[in-house]
Design a binder for this molecule. Structure first.
Ligand code: BG6
Length: 298
């Protein structure tokens, strides 16, 4: 595998000898692109996204930490943070690569990125004054992409956190997308007054704005499968991440987002986001929390 650093050292990309590629932006350690050997893009990325850390990337895989959603007054410790926290806009450090050559069918590359509270700008530190370390690994295999986040509490004070891998999948037609693996699962319906409901269908389909936080009934080991125009195309396997957010902004919300382009791009994206966002992970001094997803191309 080949690893290249480009764009004034703000992007890291890796290519397997068989042609698969992944590209990561150091702002947010955001995966911007993931292509199969034939060059087909697996992730959706807005044409008008910011890529300079002034805002989270609109597309790819932004990392949500330590807060999911907007700040709420009933959780004082995160009440100063912007929506989805501070990790998605901070500049991360590229820590290096590990490669495994093997036969062409088993070659893979792992890219490691780090962010620590010590390297944050002072105004960002002030928003959430805890000492933490984040290690994010992006592993490209021929048939899959694995993203793993390890959070450590490096300070004296305990802290509460949430994390989410906000993956934007590139799909052909949102009206023909089906998501399997969520049957019988409780979810919070954010487009219907945050009511708690239970999924009765074996396939979730889209005919309008959707913003749901599922806690899949079968647990993290049970895969979520995304099908597009009748064909299964992605299988997501989670590790230690109990929630799955399903989001599509549809027409009006897409219109309202200045960084969302083209405006009918909502037809070609669906966010299926593995995370730990129901309540808080409490980390005491020295504790770590690790969460991961592997996305298989079907
Ligand atoms: C999803 C949330 O994870 O992210 C939605 O459930 C939110 O409520 C969406 O609108 C996009 O968030 P942002 O901050 O990137 O515009």
């Amino acid at each position: 595998p080949q690893v290249t650093i480009s764009d004034g050292s703000s992007r890291v990309s890796a290519t397997l000898s068989t042609g698969e590629t992944v590209e990561v932006l150091l702002f947010g350690a955001t995966v911007l692109s993931w292509k199969d050997a034939a060059g087909n893009e697996k992730l959706w990325l807005s044409k008008d996204t910011k890529l300079d850390g002034s805002k989270g990337v609109r597309g790819g895989i932004p990392l949500v930490f330590p807060l999911f959603g907007p700040a709420t007054p009933n959780h004082e410790a995160t009440s100063k943070l912007p929506q989805h926290g501070l990790a998605r806009t901070a500049r991360w450090e590229f820590l290096g690569k590990s490669t495994s050559e093997g036969s062409s069918s088993s070659s893979s590359v792992k890219l490691d990125f780090g962010l620590s509270s010590d390297s944050l700008a002072e105004h960002t530190k002030a928003l959430w004054p805890y000492k933490f370390g984040l290690l994010y690994s992006v592993t490209l295999d021929r048939e899959s992409l694995t993203t793993t986040l390890v959070i450590t509490n490096d300070g004296e004070e305990p802290f509460d956190c949430q994390m989410l891998l906000h993956t934007y999948f590139n799909i052909k037609d949102i009206s023909a997308v089906q998501i399997a693996g969520l049957e019988d699962s409780k979810y919070v319906d954010k487009v219907d007054g945050a009511k708690t409901k239970t999924e009765s269908s074996s396939q979730v389909t889209f005919s309008g704005e959707m913003d749901r936080v599922y806690t899949p009934a079968k647990g993290p080991g049970h895969p979520i499968v995304i099908s597009d125009t009748g064909r299964p195309c992605f299988r997501i396997v989670r590790d230690n991440l109990d929630q799955v957010v399903v989001w599509n902004p549809w027409i009006e919300k897409a219109q309202g987002m200045s960084d969302f382009a083209p405006k009918d791009g909502y037809k070609n994206m669906v966010c299926v986001e593995a995370g730990s966002v129901d309540g808080w992970q409490k980390l005491d001094k020295g504790d770590a929390f690790e969460g991961a997803q592997t996305i298989y191309i079907l």
